[in-house]
Design a binder for this molecule. Structure first.
Ligand code: SF4
Length: 323
């Protein structure tokens, strides 16, 4: 039995969490990159809390404490409950277990993931979907547990990371983390997905570096692309994913957040970024189509299915339990 936490719960450090694991929801996701979504969908598990504080966080209901509520949405789960959630995702067709924003909960997640399935033949591949604001020694705890890393590389400009993520050390920390992930995965260029129930027959990349383009801050994107080209491009199993879905969080929904960049990525900005991909010789990866209005995609974790139904099949929710 899970217990949804109430306003009186104690919260810990900057992530808003304690050493216990709190989850917001678990669902079959179809909006990830093709090898992640596969045929059956990705088994996404959204962890409550976050060690960054992006001003434009679309998941702000679960990633941070609200001034008036003192905490993010979520329910505490035990190892046994976590395993039940993983198995429920598998039964609904998930091709992998996709841990979303668990950087602040690595010790407990590493422990729970080790026992989530009964054995190697039963297990799904585990994906680590994070901001890359992680130390190498933290990532070491995931060695032998994670089958693929999906780190963000949000910016290499510490002025921007201070302004938008309240983390001036983000650029150096994220670069070091991604290089660590490459090192951890170097003997595993492409993971087999033979164990996946739907059996796509394709390969799961070892590392997908994701970058969200911010409107009006293209020089930041250019620096990220250059760094990727110098350090990651051409390595087998390592790919880039460019995302253009940036949407300001509506003021009414997130009045407690300082404003992020206004507007969305323009057509000219999109074309400029594509030109840089050619200029830097980046060929392996994924590029989202322009998204003129993604406000409808903003999740609402008050709902049993926080995401649009075409993108997500809910399996478990912090307040509703199994669905
Ligand atoms: S890292 Fe992700 S979950 Fe955390 S605040 Fe930033 S956008 Fe939100």
């Amino acid at each position: 039995m899970v217990s949804a936490r109430g306003p009186a719960d104690d919260v810990g450090g900057i992530c808003g969490e304690t050493a216990a694991l709190h989850l917001a929801c678990a669902s079959i996701h179809r909006g990830e990159e093709p090898p992640i979504t596969g045929i059956g969908g990705s088994g996404a598990i959204f962890v409550s809390g976050c060690n960054l504080g992006c001003v434009f966080c679309q998941n702000h209901q679960i990633s941070r404490r609200f001034p008036d509520r003192r905490m993010a949405y979520g329910a505490g789960v035990t190892a046994r409950e976590f395993a039940r959630i993983c198995r429920a995702l598998k039964e609904r067709g998930a091709e992998n277990i996709n841990i979303v924003t668990g950087s602040h909960a690595v010790p407990v997640l590493a422990e729970y993931l080790k026992t989530a399935f009964t054995g190697p033949g039963d297990a799904l591949p585990v994906l680590w979907n994070s901001s890359a604001y992680e130390l190498p020694q933290t990532l070491e705890l995931l060695s032998g547990i994670v089958d693929a890393f999906l780190p963000d590389l949000k910016t290499l400009d510490s002025g921007l990371s201070s302004r938008f993520f309240r983390a001036p050390d983000y650029p150096q920390t994220a670069k070091t983390a991604i290089l660590k992930m490459l090192d951890m995965m170097k003997n595993r260029a492409t993971a087999s997905v033979a164990a996946s129930p739907a059996g796509t027959g394709g390969g799961l990349p070892a590392v997908i570096v994701r970058h969200l383009v911010l409107p009006g801050f293209l020089e930041s994107t250019r620096n990220v692309l250059y760094w990727f080209a110098e350090n990651c491009a051409g390595i087998r199993g390592v790919e880039l994913s460019l995302m253009f879905q940036y949407t300001p969080v509506p003021a009414g929904a997130a009045a407690h957040l300082p404003p992020g960049p206004p507007g969305t990525v323009s057509g000219d900005e999109y074309d400029t970024v594509l030109g840089w991909l050619s200029e830097y010789g980046i060929e392996d990866g994924y590029c989202q189509e322009p998204v003129p209005d993604s406000a409808g995609w903003l999740p609402d974790f008050e709902k049993a299915n926080p995401f649009p139904s075409e993108l997500s099949l809910p399996v478990w929710h912090w307040r509703e339990g199994f669905l």
